[in-house]
Structure formats: C-alpha cells, structure tokens
Ligand binder design. Structure first.
Ligand code: NCD
Length: 345
C-alpha cells in the first residue's frame, strides 16, 4: 500500500492513532498540533496549569523502546509523558531484554503491549515501527505506536517539532511559513529528519526547498518525486554560499556515518557544508537556523549566540509537540482548548 493511502488509516477522528509516517499528517492536523502545543505551553507556566496537565493521562503507562542511541528524542518523550502524568518505562538496550534468549522483536513488543498503553519506539530498521503497528492491530490488545526514528527512512515526530519551530519563528519574522525559502544542508541521503520534514513542507504553499549537499549525499529521488507530484518548487545544489543569502531558514544536519558500509563518507569533503561565524553576515537578518542535533562541526559554536540560532529552542519545542501528539492519540486534546479558554476569559 502506498504511504498516501496508508496515511488516513493511521488516523482516527481526525487525529493520529499511530504516529508512523509524515504522510499521515495533513494541513488541518498540523495546524491543530501547532495550536494545541502553544496552548499547552502557556498552561504549563503555572502550578495550577501543570497540575491540570499532569492529571490528563495519569491512568496511562508508556513504554519507550529505543534500540538506537538517543538523547533528545528519548528525554523529550520521557518529559512529555511526565507532563501528562503518564508513567514511562524504558528498554534502551535490546541486550538486556529477552531478545538475547532468542525471542523475536515482534514477541518482545507484544509483551510491551500487555503492560503498557502506548509504545514509543526507535529502531535501526526502516519501517519497523510500521510493521509492529500492523502486527498489534491484529491482536486482542492493540495499542498505539509512535515512531521515534526508523532507520534512514523517517522521523515524523522530529518533523512535527521542526514544523512547529519554523511556524512560530517565521510567523514573527515574515508573517508565516508560506512562501519561505528553506535549505537542508549536509547528509540528506541518510538524514531521516530531512526526509520527513521535506514531505510535511508540501502542505505550505509557495515554500521553496533547497537541498544543499555533496553529490554523494544528496536527497533521495523518492522525495523529489513526491515534491514534483505536489507541484513544490525545489533546487538541488552543492553551492551552499550561493544560496545562503536567499534563505529564510537553514536546516543543518550532521554526517550520518553510522550508515557507512566501509567509511565511504570519510572521503567526502563536508567542510563546504559547514555554517561558520563569517556566514552570519550574509544570512538575512530575519532568517533562522535549525538543527535536529546532535551536531558535530557543521555549526560553529560562535553561531549559538546569534539571535537567529533557534536549535536550542527547537529542542524544548520537541517536548510540547510530543506531549500534544500523545494527548491527541488518546483523544484528550479538546480538554486543552476548554482549559485555555477559561484561562483567557
Ligand atoms: C536525529 C536522528 O536521530 O535522526 N536526531 C534526533 O532525533 N534529534 C538526527 C541525527 O541523529 O543526526
């Protein structure tokens, strides 16, 4: 089944049930996530508000199954669970699970579904979270699954927080995300955050995407075909300095060399794709700089102090966006709206 057909099946009542692929999010859903996350952030500023949030899903338990390294995604999901009163548990190393006794990954996950109400998972295999979600749907205890990064393929929740960060920052700076010029820079071949975000940007008319990378690490043709089909404008280039002055947002990424077969990316000169302090003078005053993190050398530390650097705020946004997503999965997001309206009246 094509992702386009699969997408709507993953949603119930206009909300995500499983959150697995970027293709399942349409514009009304994205707008709703951005709006709810903003309201939740505001509610969370007071003790009373925090107590209200912590009661919303206090009857639920979540399993964070992370079979790949993670700092931010893991912790932001963990914190998102805490905000909503969900009790999180974790398996971060398959070597400590019964998989070492020869249990299949499917059986391990089915065990999680016996104890928990939600499974949040990161896995090196592309499509694994999807496979698990379908497998669970056929059991007598289906629970929602969130994809927290699958192989080189997709990272839809990172893309949601990236949309939130772009939308919020560009709203103030240029009146919105529509029509913005956004460059992805670095390892676009294996960067799953870029692949998911690029697909979400199809819902924002007039956005032009630039794929700035060495030839060997350029974006996959599957993504470009989808942009073509949606009539989106894009440019594929290896000339970072040429495009830099045109941009409203620059999305930096690191080399994903954990996917190398034999150290091949070591032979690529990636230094032409670094954002250095001297580049700040050619970047628009109202532009923003994002990065899914972790970074290596692709953004010079001196850039951090520039008001256009938004990557640390992006990290914090992740917690609120993920809390929103979880709340929507359990169809409890309308309670945010009513609480917020009371707060404002
Ligand atoms: C990204 C990932 O895991 O794909 N990290 C993250 O979730 N913020 C990006 C990366 O590892 O480079």
């Amino acid at each position: 089944m094509a992702p386009k057909e699969k997408g709507p099946l993953l949603n119930h009542n206009g909300r995500p049930y499983h959150a697995l692929i970027a293709e399942q999010f349409d514009r009304p859903l994205l707008d709703r996530i951005v709006d709810t996350a903003t309201k939740m952030r505001k509610i969370g500023k007071t003790r009373g508000g925090m107590k209200f949030l912590q009661d919303l899903l206090s009857e639920k338990r979540a399993m964070l199954y992370f079979a790949q390294p993670s700092t931010r995604t893991f912790l932001s999901f963990y914190a998102a669970c805490q905000i909503l009163g969900i009790q999180p548990a974790e398996v971060r190393d398959a070597r400590t699970s019964s998989e070492v006794k020869g249990e299949s990954q499917e059986d391990s996950v089915r065990t999680f579904s016996s104890y928990f109400d939600l499974i949040i998972m990161r896995h090196p295999q592309g499509g694994f979270a999807e496979r698990i979600a379908w497998m669970l749907s056929g059991t007598d205890r289906p629970v929602p699954v969130i994809n927290a990064g699958s192989g080189k393929d997709q990272h839809p929740t990172q893309a949601l927080l990236d949309i939130y960060s772009l939308q919020r920052s560009l709203e103030i700076r240029r009146g919105g995300l529509e029509g913005a010029k956004i460059a992805f820079v670095g390892d676009l071949l294996r960067g799953r955050t870029v692949r998911s975000l690029s697909l979400l940007l199809r819902h924002y008319p007039g956005v032009k995407q630039y794929f700035v990378a060495p030839e060997q690490l350029q974006i996959g043709s599957d993504i470009l075909e989808k942009l073509d089909a949606a009539g989106m404008e894009y440019e594929v280039t290896s000339d970072f300095e040429k495009v830099l002055p045109e941009l409203d947002a620059v999305y930096m990424t690191r080399i994903q060399d954990e996917w190398d077969q034999a150290g091949e990316s070591g032979a690529v000169d990636i230094t032409k794709f670094y954002l250095r302090a001297e580049h700040l003078s050619v970047l628009k005053e109202k532009a923003i700089i994002l990065h899914p993190l972790p970074r290596r050398h692709e953004i010079a530390p001196e850039v951090d102090a520039d008001p256009r650097a938004k990557y640390w705020r992006q990290v914090r946004n992740g917690m609120w966006v993920r809390a929103t997503l979880i709340l929507m999965i359990f169809e409890r997001d309308h309670e945010i709206n009513s609480y917020y309206e009371d707060l404002m009246s």
